[in-house]
Design a protein around this ligand. Structure first.
Ligand code: ADP
Length: 225
């Protein structure tokens, strides 16, 4: 796969298989194409004028750009959380419930999913009724992650879930994501800037450099159950 923003060649000759039910971590210098890569997986680049992709991206063998894939269905299967999510002006509970409600689930199921997802990322019941605007950047990201988890996607894509956190905070959120992965078997793709975190929490590492994949290998310390 190749991706262009106008005449700028932002992803070059990407040719890999990312296995399901594993945690794959992306690392590389700022501007090398990590976010562009992740966004192409649920077609967020469709919104960028002048963005063009050649080649195929397949999910379970189905080409997500051709084969009449419905973008809304794709985004439910491939859930994505940005580094700086913007919460809606409603309670934390309603923010997390937004996705599942849009899927047409009944309110009892929505509530079950919201509580389950909030517990995975360590948001307490008392917090759920508050406004997300009172939260720190890291906590806002937790709300966004829970909102995607509550939609039960096949793939969870996280652009720097641990950005801006101290080592303890990074360990907490990454362990929560790993526990969720281990309990549900979900495929996780995430960006990290710490080789140490990747060694601890990922099955695979993908190193990017100047729009290309420089390395793609197995981590030997962590194995999914
Ligand atoms: P990373 O996530 O590794 O920091 P990005 O994927 O954000 O890298 O960016 C890769 C390259 O593509 C950068 O040179 C960036 O300036 C460029 N880029 C990103 N988004 C756009 C866009 N919407 N239009 C044009 N260029 C872009």
């Amino acid at each position: 796969m190749d991706l262009y923003y106008g005449s700028f060649h932002a992803l070059k000759n990407i040719n890999i298989d990312i296995p399901e039910k594993e945690i794959t971590a992306f690392i590389g210098p700022s501007g090398c194409g990590k976010s562009t890569f992740l966004k192409s997986l649920n077609r967020m680049n469709d919104l960028v004028e002048g963005c063009r992709i050649s080649g195929d991206i397949k999910l379970d063998g189905v080409d997500i750009y051709k084969d009449k894939m419905d973008v809304n269905v794709l985004r439910k299967r491939v859930g994505m959380v940005f580094q700086k999510p913007n919460p809606f002006p409603m309670s934390i509970y309603d923010n997390i419930a937004y996705g599942p409600r849009n899927m047409g689930l009944d309110e009892a199921e929505v509530q079950r999913r919201v509580r389950e997802a909030a517990a995975f990322v360590g948001l307490s019941d008392e917090l759920l009724e508050k406004s997300p605007f009172e939260l720190s950047g890291g906590q806002k990201r937790r709300v966004a992650i829970a909102g995607v988890m509550a939609m039960h996607p096949r793939v969870l894509v996280l652009d720097e879930p641990a950005a801006g956190l101290d080592p303890e905070g990074r360990d907490t959120i990454l362990s929560q994501i790993r526990d969720y992965h281990e309990k549900t078997g979900i495929t996780v793709l995430l960006v990290s800037h710490s080789m140490e975190d990747i060694a601890k929490y990922a099955n695979r590492v993908l190193v990017m450099h100047r729009a290309k994949i420089a390395m793609y290998d197995t981590c030997l310390l962590y194995t999914s159950p």
